[in-house]
Design a binder for this molecule. Sequence first.
Ligand SMILES: [Zn+2]
Ligand SMILES: [Zn+2]
Length: 307
Amino acid sequence: MIQVKFWGVRGSIPCPGPNTMKYGGNTACIELRFPEVNRHIIIDAGSGIRELANSMLKNDLPKGPISTEIYLSHTHWDHIMGFPFFVPAYIPGTTIKVYGPVTYEDEPLEAVVGGQMKYRYFPVNMGDLAGNIEYHRLKEDPHIDLGDGIILSTAIINHPITALGYRFSFRDAVFCTAYDTEPYRNLFITDPEHPDYDELMAYEGEQAAREQNLLLEQFFAGADLLVHDAQYTQEEYENGKIGWGHTSIESAIEAAKRAGVKQLALFHHDPERSDSQLDQMSESYCQGENGRNMELFFAREGQEIIL
Ligand SMILES: [Zn+2]
Ligand SMILES: [Zn+2]
């Protein structure tokens, strides 16, 4: 069994307020619990991790020292900004293993994530953390044995910096993430009227994009729950958001369907998206034909799913 809970579902920046109370205003943070083997995993340390920390202090700390693993999809700020507010890190006896890809600057993860805790940004320095914190760099790897029967595979996804999708398998359950990502596209000129058009290059670009998209679909194929980037509508995407590293809701749904995903959580909502808009979009995207062979929904802060 994998118990999944969403603590933050937004992209880009926290957006609290009366218009986001239902779906929540915190940035990316997902909790996985494996109760049969007593393992605890957090995916991303967006602002949602603060409330998760409060819950762990109340429910887990009384049972003994906290031990958790944090998997970062990438180091954009909306995915790491909550780390300095993860209170268990300040408690002696806590063990935290932080995993993630590093950025193109090739700085260690510790400097990128922990570097937020410098006096210039934050009143507490990283050296003041009392817990035992280890940082591990992750790369693309189809098979990482995490012990206790948990298998992880990672895939590089399409974002302006190195970002990883995660696929956790435990017994019969498969949980998968693919955000922040954008469908691969042909990077060559495809307009035959363009003076620099090259038919062969255009063809090869098309093939390469198709193959990369297929590989990513194979990565999340058959997942019991896929949490996928869905920041924009297709119309928004085509009007100025191409190349920003995010997926349209339409593309996310089509990819998940082709991959035979059982449940699709549309995730990384645009901060401008209000509750009433998300409710309307739920009606238009999640019912009827789209929901025939796959359950799909716009992820909501506080939502829990058992796999
Ligand atoms: Zn993001
Ligand atoms: Zn990002």
